[in-house]
Design a protein around this ligand. Sequence first.
Ligand SMILES: N[C@@H](CCC(=O)N[C@@H](CS)C(=O)NCC(=O)O)C(=O)O
Length: 203
Amino acid sequence: MKLYYTPGACSLAAHIILNETGLDFSIEAVDLKTKTLADGSDYLKINQRGAVPALEISPGVVITQNVAILTWIGNRSDIAAFRPAAGSVEQARLLEAIGFCEDVHSAFGPLFAPDLPDVVRERILSMNTRRMTQLETLLKAGGGEYMLPDQGFTPADALIAVILSWAPHVNVDISAFPTACALRDRVMARPSAQKALKAEGLI
Ligand SMILES: N[C@@H](CCC(=O)N[C@@H](CS)C(=O)NCC(=O)O)C(=O)O
């Protein structure tokens, strides 16, 4: 199995979850600006949408989108919280949480664009505050430790932690959301996250 990633991008969540599972995998870096791999080859031939993560699950078979990749990895792990039974409420809750992470993702991702017009930035910042308020409310209601407190640590926690780690890089102050910040810090302190950060050259 090979994870296509860009250091610190949302692909870091799959990297953390792969480390949690102990499954065998390799990683390959993608330059998102040029859409190329380190050897200069064309990443668009691997994922025509040009985004990370992408996961090669067998030679020539690639899946994309965090929700599919995290689910696929979880289903191959022996961690119960990563692989709720098909059709169960727990599975629906996990997919719902990952979907909400993607809502938060879209309130941070566009802020990386260097040429974002002020009016658009203001719109996204306002959505960002709305999403962060929703996240903080959700976490507080559940005791604050995990996005899905009844299910424990899940891939949704890894994904939200990675997304929240972008805040300083896009000059967004999220200190008004202490429960979310604490979750981010707890996830990033896990050995699986530290190992992934090191492998991606971020620490
Ligand atoms: N919905 C996608 C989002 C993926 C995404 O936007 N990835 C970002 C990095 S965090 C990316 O590759 N952006 C560059 C691009 O889309 O060209 C998913 O869940 O995988």
